[in-house]
Design a protein around this ligand. Structure first.
Ligand SMILES: [Zn+2]
Ligand SMILES: [Zn+2]
Length: 93
């Protein structure tokens, strides 16, 4: 095991919910069932409603960043810094 110059990157906790429209993830139970309202291009807000995603096998640790959400000193582009990838087939889109 080699330790880089950076401080060890902590893993992000697994999210508890996701917006089925824009795939925004949330880690607070209080956000589940609420409007996503993530700002979208063109000044609109996402109309999706946050749904629960509590099953462990719905999520995969991002292989690019090891669930830390960060690569080197930047945000991991694969998971958008969340550290976790959702099995989008489960959204039934
Ligand atoms: Zn959304
Ligand atoms: Zn990542």
């Amino acid at each position: 095991m080699t330790v880089g110059a950076e401080a060890s990157t902590a893993k992000q906790p697994r999210p508890v919910g996701i917006c089925p429209r824009c795939h925004k993830v949330v880690r607070a139970f209080e956000d589940i069932g609420k409007k996503c309202a993530k700002p979208l291009p063109f000044g609109a807000k996402c109309p999706g409603v946050i749904r629960t995603a509590l099953t462990a096998d719905e999520w995969t640790e991002c292989p690019d960043c090891g669930a830390s959400g960060r690569i080197d000193s930047g945000v991991c582009p694969r998971c958008n810094g969340e550290g976790w990838l959702y099995d989008k087939q489960r959204l039934g889109a």
